[in-house]
Design a binder for this molecule. Sequence first.
Ligand code: LLP
Length: 404
Amino acid sequence: MELARMQHFEDLAHEYGAPLYIYDSSIIQKQYTRLFKAFSSVKDVKLNYACKANTNINVIKFIRKLGSGLDAVSIQEIEIGLKAGFSPQEIIFTPSGVNFNEIREATKLGVKIHIDNFPFLRKFAQEFKNYPIGIRINPHIKAGGNENISTGHVNSKFGISIEQVQDIIKLTQEVSLHIEGFHIHTGSDILDIDVFLQGAKVLFAIADKFPNLTYLDFGSGFKVPYKPDDKQTNIEKLGEKLSDLFNQFIEKYGKPLRLIFEPGKFLVSQCGFFVAEVNVVKDTPYRSFAFINSGFNHLIRPMFYHAYHNITNISNPAGKEQIYDVVGYICETDTFASNRKISEIRMGDLLCLENAGAYCFSMSSNYNSRLLPAEVLLLNGKAHLIRRRENLEDLLSTTIDISI
Ligand code: LLP
């Protein structure tokens, strides 16, 4: 990280308090343009931002302005998307295992809907005859950085099994279903581009059996770099190969088809920085622990997925490097990094965790009755507070205090 950025983040942490999430919109824009450009030889490409990665309405608004659509997984994400200015037609609802009432609600809002199970396909056909839908298929492809984020394999809960496509065809002969597209999503943190090409072949084979589709949705899962010199999905190469396959397919298909991706991490992971203050440094005969004023209540990825987040001491970048365990203040083992080389950490220093734009704030909680941090968006050279820090009143606002 450049010195000027460190200084800037220190200033922001002093102004808004630590811990603090900072998002740099120019990085989102760069990533959006890069992904879009990689598929420029396909006539109709749409990127639908998977907003579960970061649901701050201002981040969503910014991504909408870039030309993106929206991928939503709950009625609340749909509502936020509509508030952010998306038209219902620009939003695809891709729920998994929700109550059917939530699907009903989504039809009222007029958004596009992906169905991922047979009981709902039948129910949907009975209630909403002409409402177009997409179907999520489980392609039986094992992919993704770890078990928790691998969603397209044979034992995964997601999608209708590829082996049941024939049953979908049978169902369309029995009931009235208006199927517009098919969708797959095999996981997150996928490095190997062959996985995406394999997925494409699955979608093409299905589309061959459904002559009136308007789109194919390839999901997402592009791997971004976390560690210094980390590998990432070769988007340019993927763009070249997949675009070729797609263009060949639509020629054969004989009708125009839209190619959809739903990137989350790729768009917002690297734009985010999490700045926390060091409460205390505790040396034992065996280890040196740097405790920050945060925990897995604010950023759970290292504890939940053993994810690596680069950590820089922005208050002492020139200090002599030492080995630390960076840990939190939660009354459980909440280790952000173990045996990590960081420039000398002193009480009161500010540490900055990188890749904090995706699945960090959006996975935060109030565990230990801790308050959620503020969020700042850097936009056109200016810092904007886009979420204030929570206070005790917020925390108690839904509790009903009865007389006992
Ligand atoms: N589309 C669907 C249907 C998804 O389920 C997901 C992510 C995405 C798109 C976006 O995938 P991405 O581009 O972010 O890889 N919390 C985990 C990641 C969970 C991903 C869940 N689904 C993490 O922090 O690594």
